[in-house]
Design a binder for this molecule. Structure first.
Ligand SMILES: Cc1ncc(COP(=O)(O)O)c(C=O)c1O
Length: 365
């Protein structure tokens, strides 16, 4: 007698290029059967626990934000992912994905399309593992970011005026040359790598912890954090924060399925994504408590708040979580809670700072 394989037995397709057994395909078995969901969650957590991020990433501090805490009447802790070697958390997911490739796939090389933090993360991950990396970037990419990729030993190929053209070219090249395409967020291993941020937060704040605020672009960071935290401490609220100009997760949760936003704003460029990822949504719909949106002015004010507490500058996407935390405290009128915000990145061009500072100066705290 043959027994039908459970979707949990093999989450890996035949032509997958990873080492067997590790990846978790969270899209399978979408039925909301509680025991299946729990098994899937457990598998995701195991993948997070075994993610090899510390070959290249650091365990970042969870730093008390003294003046924000006093101002808001709650204890605010900042998870300083802006201190990573590539100045954002993205190295965690990119490295986990690449490190789990089979030797054959490693020998062929990796490729992605990105003008942002994922590009730097993949370049460093590939450099660390001695793998050839090609990053397709739109011709409009600022010189600083192109240099950030080249200085880490990857090849930057400039193609097309906007991201979709760069993406099409990257996928073509992957097909032609057998490179592995490393997605920025919609991938189980990328999610596992980003989930290590949640693992660290729980280790660093073992006592009272009421909510974690997470910036959302395509949903890699929040999917990983939500899975880990809800498995171990389901009482902690996981709150996504999106720019009101790119609220793709909020729209998907409201619709009950992934939607494509007709138009997105690019001020917070790291999170300017029109559609939440498929693997990401499969987790977020179960483990994210709510999504808050904030304006560009709120983001600029948060950049200033973070500067006041840390003397560090974050990029707009990197300050999103603090902006959402402030909005949540104002709405709920809570006090004496312990709230964590993920400071996700610091890659901002020096020339763009003036604009952020001007805007922060125009709005109240
Ligand atoms: C600084 C920063 N914050 C947040 C995000 C959002 O991450 P995700 O796409 O995993 O939701 C990104 C994505 O690139 C980012 O660069």
């Amino acid at each position: 007698m043959t027994t039908a394989a459970s979707p949990l037995d093999s989450a890996q397709s035949a032509d997958d290029d990873r080492q067997p057994a590790l990846p978790v395909d969270v899209r399978v078995a979408s039925a909301d059967c509680p025991s299946l969901l729990q098994a899937r969650l457990k598998q995701q957590v195991a993948s997070i626990l075994s993610a090899p991020v510390y070959d290249v990433a650091i365990e970042t501090p969870l730093q008390p934000a003294q003046s924000l805490s006093a101002q808001l009447g709650n204890q605010v802790l900042l998870k300083r992912e802006d201190l990573q070697p590539v100045f954002s958390f993205k190295i965690r997911g990119a490295y986990t994905r690449v490190a789990r490739l089979s030797p054959e796939a490693r020998a062929r090389g990796v490729i992605t399309a990105s003008a942002g933090n994922h590009a730097q993360g993949l370049a460093l991950a590939a450099q660390k593992l001695g793998i050839k990396a090609l990053i397709v970037m739109p011709t409009t990419t600022p010189a600083l970011k192109i240099e950030g990729v080249r200085s880490r030993g990857a090849t930057a190929l400039l193609h097309g005026e906007a991201f979709p053209e760069a993406l099409t070219r990257a996928l073509q090249l992957a097909e032609e040359h057998g490179y592995t395409f490393v997605p920025p967020f919609d991938d189980p291993d990328v999610i596992a790598g980003q989930g290590t941020v949640g693992m660290e937060v729980l280790r660093q704040q073992g006592g009272q912890l009421d909510a974690i605020f997470v910036p959302v672009g395509g949903g890699g960071l929040i999917a990983g954090i939500a899975a880990y935290v809800k498995y171990l401490r389901p009482e902690i609220r996981i709150i996504g924060v999106e720019s009101e100009e790119s609220n793709c997760l909020q729209a998907a949760l409201a619709a009950g399925s992934r939607v494509v936003l007709p138009k997105i704003g690019r001020f917070a460029d790291g999170v300017a994504v029109a559609q939440v990822g498929e693997h990401n949504f499969a987790l977020c719909r179960h483990y994210v408590d709510e999504v808050i949106t904030v304006s560009n002015d709120d983001i600029c004010a948060a950049v200033r708040d973070i500067y006041d507490d840390t003397r560090s500058i974050t990029e707009p996407s990197g300050a999103l979580a603090v902006a959402g935390l402030k909005a949540y405290v104002a709405r709920e009128e809570i006090t004496d809670q312990v709230l964590v915000a993920i400071n996700s990145g610091a890659n901002i061009d020096f020339d763009s700072l003036r604009h952020v500072i001007e805007r922060a100066g125009q709005c109240g705290r």
